[in-house]
Write a protein that binds this ligand. Structure first.
Ligand SMILES: [Cu+2]
Length: 309
């Protein structure tokens, strides 16, 4: 691998503040010459990752220094999980509905926003599932295939996807947020996954990628995948209006949080749990292991006003 100096923003190096375009003008050298003399950018914002290029390297184009579990390179993984993610904007009257206490982020634009992954906004369970699964009502959990009845547009639950132990898993993240130059950095606990593909729709007529279109691209073999020594990562930036494909062998049992690493996106639900294996695959909970749970004090009606006199 040659030298790579990551830069935050590819556009900065090409449009810049005038520093080197001025020098290009003065030196009489072409812009291309200067571009090629610069070190390549890692993670280009244009997400053109399906061909080698001189000016940039995508994470999916890096080569793993270690050998790869051959099972990860089979054409069809055992489990394929498509995870579109987006924002949901509340209307003011929805925020202040009686008998609701919705949490949301107030964006700099003034929007009141939550996040959905596969149309579900994650809420944390009342107790840790690893050590107190029996203290959590089963209906607390849900996923895209098992949504709670009457779950509205702001569907909230502990989003959990069950994965058989030792399965080859492929995850396809699809950015439906589509905020220019914002790449959501998704992080998986418990694993180093292999980055197989990064890109945008090759269909120039499609202005905005979504789950339906990503599924269609996948059916037509148009989600770009690289199987030559894919690199190991535990966090990957999903290009806006694009997708990421990664794989791992589910050989580490447990409840693993998978989430966008922007802290303010974690608190508005841009998370889910990948539940690998069963409790039979886990060591027993130690005796007298501390427990915890929600504190739910009794709710009493307001006292009559003359109580305070
Ligand atoms: Cu995010």
């Amino acid at each position: 691998m040659g030298k790579i100096y990551p830069r935050i923003c590819a556009e900065t190096s090409s449009t810049g503040d005038g520093t080197w375009s001025e020098s290009a003008k003065n030196s009489g050298r072409g812009r291309e010459t200067l571009l090629s003399s610069l070190s390549p950018v890692l993670n280009p914002l244009d997400a053109i990752c399906n061909r080698p290029r001189e000016d940039a390297v995508c994470v999916s184009q890096l080569k793993n220094a270690r050998s790869i579990d051959e099972g990860l390179l089979q054409e069809r993984p055992d489990v394929k999980i498509f995870l579109p993610f987006r924002f949901l904007f509340y209307r003011p009257e929805e925020v202040f509905q009686p008998n609701t206490y919705n949490r949301y982020l107030v964006a700099p634009t003034g929007d009141h926003v939550i996040s959905l992954v596969d149309e579900i906004s994650f809420t944390f369970p009342p107790s840790p599932p690893l050590s107190q699964i029996n203290d959590i009502p089963p209906e607390q959990f849900c996923n895209g295939d098992n949504r709670p009845a009457d779950c509205g547009a702001n569907c909230m639950c502990t989003h959990k996807v069950d994965i058989p132990f030792n399965a080859i898993v492929e995850v396809v993240l699809v950015d439906e947020v589509q905020q220019p130059n914002l790449s959501h950095p998704f992080h998986l606990h418990g694993y180093a996954f292999k980055v197989i593909g990064i890109g945008r729709s090759p269909d120039k007529n499609v202005k905005k990628i979504n789950l339906k279109h990503a599924l269609d691209l996948d059916r037509r073999g148009l989600l770009h995948r690289e199987f030559n020594l894919p690199p190991s990562k535990d966090t990957i930036a999903v290009p806006n209006n694009g997708y990421v494909v990664f794989r791992f062998r589910a050989d580490n049992p447990g409840y693993w949080l998978f989430h966008c690493h922007f802290l303010f996106h974690i608190v508005i639900g841009m998370n889910l749990i990948l539940h690998v294996g069963t409790h039979a695959d886990l060591p027993p909970v130690p005796p007298n292991f501390p427990t915890c749970g929600d504190h739910l004090p009794p709710i009493t009606p307001p006292l009559p006003i003359d109580t305070f006199h």
